[in-house]
Write a protein of this length. Structure first.
Lengths: 518, 308
């Protein structure tokens, strides 16, 4: 394609961007040709998002030039980028939940095109059918699944004359089957001549989809490759550099006696848009990791809230641990019985954003001798925080740094470290490595495996199915508040779990329900 | 009870509810953009005193009304600069604005206390006012009441059918997303706050130029606060704001009726009634949390910083 059309659609020449204390992009160069699907790879903080924001006009480069179809352009704001034909699908969707699909799309179009909402609705239907992305224009966004929301974002870009589509980690929220559908659409778009910039952590997907890849590390381009000709391992190596460990496989374990037993747990959600839990039956053994897969919003939050005690169940016996029935106990009493919880939201639930790390350490670990007669022993508290920072290699400005000053991955290491240090008998963890870079994810996985081998029962909820297969011993999926069968990881496949995630539970399989009746 | 009596009561209800309706609609627009301005009471007072002073000195009621709206606008501009421009806490800024407005209006209006002027007169609409029942009830008011009808229809139309209304709602829900799709968050919020200020000023002007054409310190008697409660309990919907405002109006004149009938109830209890009734009824109306969430501006009261 480079010979047929020698002129790149987009060229970045020596783009640099400096933030206080960090050089986010250092003389980055990039060429994109029509019809090319180009992967942008790199760890968190490598400068991918910053680069994309400059292309999309959210930020301005300090130095360097952006050439659009051969001509230098100065993209001052997103509206201008869209006028050029550049569309972006954000990792955190830029959607308005209380408005309809049509209204959402109307807001990003120039006023003259969005005046007639009925006509726009028809156009949305046309575009979504043409690219095989089912959408109902009149639905309110809050009632849509995450996958459908992403389709809204993509259709919003496609409805304009699009020449370059930027996707920031689009697959992290989709079922494997939905990912397949998305790739079909992207390939069709590229075949029509659209450029696609694809940011992802998932190297197998990049290998399946992208023609070319640029690898960023520390704000610099450190490599370029054709992903189809590389292995996931070799690309990962380019991303993290020579000295960081990359993914390993872990031995699977059988586990011992049942530790956490959930029996016929049904529970309405307090949130009108939440999911009702339907007859959940689950057993987690000592010394094993059980993984729960599922697309966000299928009852994961509700299940974790019921298990952690944030929400009480209806009958005491619905959840029990060896020390007794706990379904009606508040969180603190469950913690006293050895439960630890790493919630999905790091800032706000896992840690208090404005508080320092030592104070955040105290929040759940105060029982471990840090408080005496109602007084805080600050010496011990500091030592506790410092030991977590050292042992889990949390990058921070010191234990006095506020939680919100840490990157997502480092804060997650701190929170997991804080919980592990209390030697829990049961650990609940939601999305333990979401948005965490490869090096940190490996450290977190190792810590979880060590904890398992020490005999702790671990329950992990994640949307990353690869991760679940890597670290879980047994796995199931949650869909519409129902739990699929629970199978040993070696007896199932990503395909089967993908089916479960979409709600197709195979009735022939052994159900937890079956032997939970006793 | 004869018909004339009922119509008289309802007529008085509309007159009494009107200032509340105007200020609450202004605050509704302001809150839909995600800004909580607790300074309504202060802006109303400054509007009332400025309107009265200008009308008395120039002899023009129209100039008085314009002055009231301008005064409200300037007060809200002060709020906007501090709370939006400098990202100060909206709650604290709004409270400060109310205290400032109360003090400022008392100070400025000191020499005007006790004076009166010829306020707005009822202006029957030709033909329409001859309709039986509805005519005398709806079309025999002063011009500011008609203006409040128009304002009500305008706000509903704006929120339901205009692109600008859609942008306002979107910004009130998720300003981060709005920035990402290129909507001017700050500009819209400034305009919404200024509109709210103008309406608060107008409501104040209605009190001092039409309802009781005089100036008295603290004459708004907590209506600004009731308006704030009204907007929340009306779950940010204009129809319910109107309902609540008139309900307040009805409850306010109830004590006159009851006393007229010769029933002896403590007048303090009766004076409390409008506040209690309005809030109770609206609390019941807003008990369906799912519907409230659909209309509530999710970013309400949170300062917005554009990143970078």
């Amino acid at each position: 394609m480079t010979t047929a059309q020698p002129q790149p659609r987009l060229s970045l020449r020596n783009i640099s961007k400096r933030f206080p204390g960090v050089l986010a992009n250092d003389r980055v160069c990039l060429n994109l040709y029509p019809g090319e699907i180009h992967a942008m790879l790199g760890e968190n903080g490598a400068g991918k998002s910053t680069l994309m924001k400059m292309i999309y006009g959210v930020m301005k480069p300090d130095e360097g030039e952006i050439l659009w179809q051969g001509l230098p352009v100065d993209i001052a704001e997103p509206a201008q980028a869209r006028a050029l034909g550049i569309g972006m699908v954000f990792q955190h969707f830029a959607l308005f939940e209380t408005l309809s699909v049509t209204e959402n799309i109307a807001l990003s179009l120039p006023a003259r095109e969005a005046r007639d909402l009925k006509a726009l609705g028809r156009r949305i239907r046309e575009v979504s059918e043409r690219y095989g992305m089912a959408l109902e224009p009149d639905r309110l966004v809050h009632s849509l699944s995450i996958g459908a929301r992403q389709r809204v974002e993509i259709v919003r870009c496609l409805i304009q004359d699009i020449k370059l589509l930027i996707l920031d980690e689009p697959t992290s929220v989709l079922t494997p089957q939905e990912v397949e559908g998305l790739f079909q659409t992207l390939k069709q778009l590229a075949a029509e001549g659209c450029c696609i910039l694809f940011i992802s952590h998932k190297l197998n997907e990049v290998r399946a989809l992208c023609h070319n890849a640029t690898i960023l590390r520390g704000g610099r381009v450190t490599g370029e490759c054709k992903p189809a000709e590389e292995s996931a391992q070799s690309i990962a190596r380019m991303m993290v550099g020579e000295d960081t460990p990359i993914s390993t496989t872990y031995e699977k374990r059988q586990g011992g006696d049942d530790f956490l037993v959930v029996r016929n747990l049904s529970l309405d959600s307090p949130d009108p848009f939440g999911t009702r839990l339907k007859n959940i039956n689950l057993r987690v053994r000592k010394g094993e990791i059980v993984g729960i897969a599922g697309v966000a919003g299928n009852g994961q939050d509700e299940l974790l809230a019921a298990l952690s005690g944030e929400r009480l169940a209806e009958e005491a016996g619905q959840i029990s641990m060896p020390a007794g029935r706990i379904a009606l106990l508040p969180p603190l009493q469950r913690r006293n019985q050895g439960l630890a919880f790493v919630p999905e939201e790091r800032l706000g639930r896992g840690a208090v954003p404005d508080m320092s790390l030592e104070e955040n350490g105290l929040l759940t670990a105060f029982g471990a001798g840090l408080v005496k007669n109602g007084f805080v022993n600050w010496g011990k508290t500091r030592a506790f925080a410092r030991s977590i920072v050292d042992d889990f290699r949390v990058k921070c400005a010191g234990i006095g740094a506020t939680a919100q000053s840490l990157s997502g991955g480092n804060l997650q290491k701190f929170i997991i470290g804080r919980e592990i240090r209390q030697n829990p008998s049961l650990l609940l963890a939601a999305h333990p490595t979401w948005g965490v870079d490869i090096g940190a994810a490996v450290a977190i996985h190792k810590a979880l495996i060590e904890l398992r081998d020490a005999g702790t029962a671990i329950l992990i909820v994640s949307e990353d199915i690869d991760e679940l297969f890597q670290i879980s011993d047994r796995i199931c999926a949650i869909c519409h508040g129902e739990l699929s069968p629970l199978k040993a990881v070696r007896d199932t496949s990503i395909d089967e779990v993908g089916q479960w995630m979409a709600g197709h539970f195979d009735d022939g399989a052994e159900r937890e329900n079956a032997h939970a009746q006793d | 009870m004869d018909m004339d009596f009922v119509i008289n009561v309802l007529y008085a209800m509309i007159r009494t509810g009107t200032p509340l309706l105007i200020v609450a609609l202004g605050e509704l627009i302001c809150e839909r953009s995600g800004v909580l301005n607790l300074g309504q009471e202060g802006m109303m007072l400054v509007g009332a005193v400025c309107g009265f002073m200008v009308a008395l000195t120039t002899g023009s009621l129209v100039l008085g009304v314009l002055a009231a709206m301008l005064a409200g606008c300037l007060m809200s501009l002060l709020f906007a600069v501090v709370a939006l421009g400098l990202s100060a806490t909206q709650v604290a800024t709004g409270l400060a604005l109310t205290i400032l407005g109360a003090g400022l209006s008392a100070f400025v209006g000191e020499s005007f206390v006790g004076q009166t002027l010829q306020g707005f007169k009822a202006l029957p609409v030709p033909f329409l006012s001859d309709i039986p029942l509805l005519g005398p009830l709806l079309f025999n008011h002063d011009v500011l009441v008609y203006l409040s009808f128009g304002l009500f229809a305008g706000v509903i139309w704006f929120l339901r059918s205009t692109r600008a209304g859609l942008i306002l709602k979107a910004i009130g829900e998720t300003p981060e997303s709005a920035t990402a799709v290129g909507l001017p968050v700050m500009r819209v919020r400034y305009l919404a706050v200024l509109f709210g200020g103008a309406m608060a000023g107008l409501a104040g002007g209605y009190l001092s130029l039409a309802y009781t054409p005089l100036w008295a310190e603290g004459m708004t008697a907590g209506r600004g606060w009731i308006a704030l409660a009204l907007v929340v309990f009306a779950s940010w919907r204009a129809e319910r704001v109107m309902f609540g405002a008139y309900l307040f109006g009805l409850a306010s004149i109830l004590h006159l009726i009851v006393q007229g009938m010769g029933v002896s109830i403590s007048s303090n209890l009766l004076a409390m009634l409008p506040y209690v009734v309005t809030i109770l009824v609206l609390v019941l109306l807003s008990s369906n949390s799912a519907r409230v969430r659909l209309y509530a501006p999710m970013s309400l009261g949170k300062p917005f910083h554009r990143t970078q």
